[in-house]
Ligand binder design. Structure first.
Ligand code: WT7
Length: 674
């Protein structure tokens, strides 16, 4: 479905309203925000000056003169004139009080490896040395882009912070993504340096990760982007754990280079608030991934406020967000937000169920984790693999988060009753890579929780539901529509890297009242999700309205998967549909038709599936590959993905008599379902 099609006809709304849950008194007693007037402080008539409260959580080198500049609408500029350094705010400013406190607890996947506790002083030292290396050895400076393809070890936040210290724009690519996906992002961001790691653990196996770097560089170079240096962290310093040869004059080991920078201190560069902190790529409905461009001042202020008041982080908390830093959740809520508040943030290398489904609860016990943050996919997986595991461990959560996909009320209740033991609040946080931080959620000590609903807009965010014509659907109407945000906010991305037109087209064009307007009121932000607003102002998110599949809380473009399938010589046409899955929420099913001479067989299906993993990454691997003799098409030749989706989901295909080839539908149905 394209973003212009009707959202109403695709989503019918039929569930019962859930009851409300109140926060336990012990939580309220210690909460960072208990002020029922908090929403009033961020009402639209106080916009945009109310966001000063966000910026005031940071240390500024120079205060800003303009809170919001709309002159280049809808590219909003926040805290204009202000100067600051993100690394200074996450590290240096804590040293006086918290030098000796743990900043990062690193939990290796193998249980026999020791947990590493990195203090703020140690973090300061390692970030400085890394920054010195990036500056002097790699020749990087403010404004340069550098691609990171790093797994979940402390070297990832250390590298990010070292970049931030110098004003270098980091672009971290999820380590599970393929070399080619990384290459596309190197090319799009025009990076000349790639920072990677030789290997890391996943499900008990030491994976060769450096091989992806060679693939990435090859693919970037094919597109015209040359990489001069590959900087390789080693999982075990001094030992190279990859089979891939080291390329002379291009590849360097970080641990060896760092010996030249022992104890070197690099002054944090005072950066304009509106300069770029990082790029984070996400999938859209067309093939090319979008580089979401996040600012230094607005972004950091936003995630710090959300970490303090929605995540309820105090410096004495042990906070664990079990996401991957390779996604926006990890950038905002493992690294930047928590560290800006001097929290102790846990980084876990591996999979939640290694070696068994008790691992997260065991880690929570070992480290005294009291704030826990994860996705519905992980919760469903842990519940399925070990519903009684939490009771075996002695931990105490005060606060839990869910993010990334809608959570079923049943699953929510297991999280609440069994994982949280009815003693922890839950916040269901709805947002996107583009947004920097939460859009809808509850302020946990102020408004109650409702299973399956993300909650109202967070303070300062004013969501509305618009119908196809742009009319507001009133609260409680029981009708789905497009969820939009009326106002800009400091955490929002500034644009799509090098593609302002696509930025406007994707998020603003549909509901924009006047393309020349400089008034933010004319530019509601369209998120691309269908949602319903209940009478009490809580939002329930239903899913994407575009050609995007949300697998385990991560966006994949159907076009990306289809193009990957088409790299296999024999494939003539490919169509991806999303299928409901008990654990992952939704997964992709891939339908392909072949060129005339090609033979359908298991081996070919497997090759097509492997091609998708190779081009994008394992996360995109189709649940099934169906080789069909023809695709259902309209008389005008349009491929009917909707019909294939109905077949994959065992739903009624509806009336197909108007198709060019109606008989194919029954043939495919039998192939899939019988
Ligand atoms: C899409 C954004 C932002 C963090 C992780 C995903 C879906 C996100 C929720 C939620 C229902 C949710 C939406 C959104 N989504 N959070 N709490 N309830 N759906 O980031 O990869 O940018 O994906 O994830 O469909 O548009 P992302």
């Amino acid at each position: 479905m394209s973003s212009n099609e009707s959202v109403e006809k695709h989503y019918s709304v039929h569930w019962q309203e859930e009851g409300l849950y109140q926060a336990p008194p012990e939580f309220i007693g210690q909460a960072n925000c208990t002020d029922p007037g908090i929403y009033e402080k961020f009402s639209l008539d106080k916009f945009p000056e109310c966001f000063k409260a966000f910026a005031d959580l940071l240390d500024w080198d120079a205060y800003w003169h303009t809170t919001l500049d709309t002159s280049d609408a809808p590219c909003w500029r926040w805290f204009v004139g202000g100067r600051l350094n993100a690394c200074y705010n996450c590290v240096d400013r804590h040293l006086d009080k918290y030098r000796n406190k743990t900043a990062i607890h690193f939990v290796p996947e193998l249980e026999e490896e020791k947990i590493e506790h990195i203090t703020y002083q140690e973090l300061y030292r390692r970030v400085n040395e890394t920054a010195a290396l990036l500056k002097d050895f790699a020749g990087l400076k403010a404004g340069d882009r550098v691609t990171l393809h790093l797994p979940m070890t402390p070297e990832l936040p250390i590298t990010m912070l070292a970049c931030a210290r110098l004003g270098i724009i980091h672009s971290e690519v999820f380590a599970g993504f393929s070399g080619r996906a990384c290459g596309d992002r190197i090319w799009d961001s025009e990076s000349t340096v790639l920072i990677t790691m030789d290997s890391y653990y996943r499900s008990g196996k030491l994976l060769d990760h450096k091989e992806k770097a060679d693939e990435a560089i090859k693919s970037a170079e094919k597109q015209g982007q040359k990489v001069d240096k590959v900087l390789i962290w080693r999982r075990y310093p001094g030992t190279y754990s990859s089979q891939t040869p080291v390329v002379d004059g291009r590849d360097y080991f970080m641990d060896e280079l760092l010996k030249n920078y022992f104890s070197v201190v690099v002054e944090p560069v005072s950066m304009p608030a509106e300069d770029i902190l990082f790029l984070m790529y996400t999938s859209g409905s067309t093939g090319r991934p979008k580089g979401c461009q996040h600012s230094i001042g607005g972004y950091l202020a936003y995630v710090t406020w959300m970490s303090k008041y929605v995540q309820d982080i105090h410096p004495e908390d042990v906070y664990w967000c079990m996401a991957d830093i390779g996604w926006i959740t990890g950038h905002s809520f493992i690294v930047y937000g928590p560290l800006a508040l001097a929290a102790s943030s846990v980084i876990y290398e591996g999979v939640p169920t290694y070696p068994d489904a008790g691992r997260p609860w065991k880690i929570a016990e070992e480290l005294g984790v009291n704030i826990f943050h994860t996705s519905p996919t992980a919760i469903r997986g842990l519940r399925k693999a070990g519903a009684d595991e939490p009771s075996k461990y002695n931990y105490h959560f005060k606060h839990m988060t869910t993010v990334g996909e809608p959570i079923e009320p049943e699953v929510w209740r297991w999280y609440y009753n069994v994982v949280g033991r009815k003693k922890a609040v839950i916040v269901d946080t709805w947002w996107q890579t583009e947004n920097g931080g939460f859009l809808c959620s509850t302020i946990p000590a102020v408004v109650p929780m409702k299973p399956g609903s993300a909650g109202p807009g967070v303070p300062g965010i004013h969501p509305i539901i618009l119908d196809d014509e742009g009319n507001e659907i009133p609260p409680g109407a029981g009708k789905a529509g497009n969820i939009c945000i009326k106002n800009p906010w400091p955490g929002a991305f500034q644009t799509i890297w090098k593609d302002k037109e696509r930025y406007i087209e994707t998020y603003y064009r549909r509901y924009n009242r006047d393309p020349n307007s400089k008034d933010w009121r004319d530019w509601p932000y369209m998120a691309g999700d269908a949602a319903v607003m209940a009478a009490d102002g809580y939002f329930r998110i239903l899913g994407r309205i575009d050609d995007v599949i949300n697998v385990a809380g991560h966006r994949l473009g159907t076009k990306e998967i289809e193009s990957a399938a088409l790299t296999v010589e024999e494939v003539a046409e490919a169509a991806v549909v999303s299928v409901n899955d008990e654990v992952k929420g939704t997964v992709p099913d891939l339908y392909v038709s072949l060129k005339p001479q090609a033979q359908a067989n298991e081996e070919l299906a497997k090759r097509i599936s492997n091609a998708v993993s190779e081009v994008i990454g394992k996360i995109a691997r189709p649940a099934h590959v169906y080789i069909v003799s023809d695709m259902p098409k309209t008389r005008s030749g349009k491929l009917m993905r909707r019909i294939l989706a109905s077949i994959s989901n065992y739903k009624d295909v509806g009336d197909v008599t108007t198709l060019a080839n109606p008989k194919i539908v029954e043939e495919i149905r039998r192939q899939v379902q019988d």
